[in-house]
Design a protein around this ligand. Structure first.
Ligand SMILES: [Zn+2]
Length: 445
């Protein structure tokens, strides 16, 4: 679920912007305020990782014929050829205008476009598409290369004046790397300062964000150990891949997660087979602060009597999206004088969640909703003085504190699946503990 980490990152940014009031000064100010000093966050190729094959033979690429009669190989002798001229398609450009600007024959272009379906698709190129050309001695087109996607080129060779097309599969390889980090202020800053990509920080936050609040729970000295993939194409770094396994030590508590593909695609599981994801979001929105806590014995300052506050008031700007805390069915979506625009959701295990004071509702009675789906937007309708969400968590008809109630788990892996998962997880857990021991040993020296 994307909404949760996104909202968390937004909160992190929001928090720091609140301190510095300036995005430009943000990082420097935070460095001073928190004294970010990150040691030991250095990605190193893992010794037990599968060996990465860096030898890529570009002279003899894997070929897949796509045009009729082009089954003969066209060896690309690197010696007497002109270099590739690469270019990105600009707005308004067609292959026709590109050919003219390169001085290539438009007749040749028409022959290329008529070859097959792959080359016909070149009639509708888009800005940003990538081409490369090689010229013959006389300046005419000899080779053309079009980037189809991350993993494939469409190649066109001119052989004896006639074009032939084929697909070159590009070699995608992955390498597992291990990383460790020590945090002083936030995971976000730790990752940034250490050169982890935003995407990788988000992935890590996504995995542990169900158990750890990266704004409130993080303490100096918290550590993480990470096994993740780097993706290479034709021997060159392309992007970071997935987190394969990770340990996060927060205030002395150790959390571990391993990526595993069961029935519903890849997900993260604790070593005992529990889902890292919970059945409910702790807070169903990206909030600024809590303006009123759950308090069954609140003494009302104006009414001068005890009046329970059965939920939590989350302050947030009008329009802030509010998410369904868990999967369920909408039992109420209406307006009343006190609640304003409100939505109630019935979940499994006799749990009901209630959301009041929306500026706008986006679901109606009877709708099935998924966890993280937007059900409305923060407002101040009904009995509300400022824009906020009043959120209630009701179990078997009894109001519970949404901040502290123990949230039901998602169904864990069972029997055969659990056995297969644990077999998969064992080597990752071994590597993580080796990494952690080595780190402890290095610190004690
Ligand atoms: Zn309230």
């Amino acid at each position: 679920m994307d909404t949760f980490p996104n909202q968390m990152l937004h909160r992190l940014r929001h928090l720091h912007i609140g301190i510095s009031r300036s995005r430009a000064a943000l990082f420097a100010v935070t460095l001073i305020v928190f004294g970010v000093a990150l040691g030991g966050l250095n990605p190193t190729p893992s010794s037990t990782a599968p060996a990465f094959d860096r030898v890529v033979d570009l002279a003899l690429p894997t070929r897949t014929a796509t045009g009729a009669g082009d089954t003969t190989t066209a060896p690309l002798a690197a010696t007497d050829q002109s270099p590739w001229i690469s270019m990105k398609v600009k707005s308004g450009q067609t292959l026709d205008t590109i050919f003219r600007s390169q001085g290539f024959s438009v007749g040749t272009l028409h022959e290329i476009l008529a070859l097959n379906d792959e080359t016909r698709s070149l009639k509708t190129i888009r800005p940003g598409d990538e081409f490369a050309f090689r010229q013959a001695m006389d300046g005419s087109l000899e080779h053309m290369r079009y980037t189809l996607d991350d993993e494939r080129y469409l190649m066109v060779d001119m052989v004896a004046g006639a074009p032939s097309a084929w697909i070159q599969e590009r070699q995608i390889t992955t390498e597992m790397v291990e990383t460790e980090g020590s945090i002083d202020s936030s995971l976000f800053l730790a990752g940034k300062a250490a050169g982890l990509s935003d995407a990788m920080v988000m992935k890590l936050a996504n995995i542990f964000g169900w158990d750890i609040d990266f704004v409130l729970d993080i303490r100096s000295g918290d550590r993480f150990f990470l096994l993740y993939e780097k993706v290479y194409r034709d021997g060159e770094y392309l992007r970071d891949g997935d987190v394969l396994a990770a340990t996060f030590v927060n205030q002395g508590d150790r959390y571990q997660a391993i990526r595993y593909e069961a029935d519903n695609g890849p997900q993260y599981y604790a070593p005992d087979g529990r889902h890292m994801r919970k059945a409910f979001l702790r807070a169903p929105l990206n909030f600024s602060y809590i303006s009123s806590n759950f308090n069954p014995k609140r003494f009302h300052p104006i009414l001068k009597r005890f009046k329970a506050h059965n939920g939590i008031d989350y302050r947030a700007p009008t329009g802030t999206p509010v998410y369904a805390a868990g999967d369920g069915r909408v039992t109420e979506s209406a307006y009343s004088k006190f609640n304003g625009n409100y939505v109630f959701i019935q979940h499994a295990n006799s749990i009901v969640t209630k959301y009041l004071h929306f500026s706008k509702r986006t679901v109606k009675k009877g709708d099935r909703v998924r966890q993280g789906q937007v059900i409305g937007h923060v407002g101040a309708t009904g009995l509300a003085q400022a824009p906020h969400l009043h959120y209630e968590f009701v179990v078997n008809g009894k109001h519970r504190n949404p901040r502290t109630v123990s949230l039901p788990a998602v169904q864990p892996l069972e029997k055969e699946q659990l056995a297969a998962f644990q077999q998969h997880a064992a080597p990752f857990l071994t590597q993580l503990s080796r990494l952690e021991s080595a780190s402890l040993y290095a610190r004690s020296e």
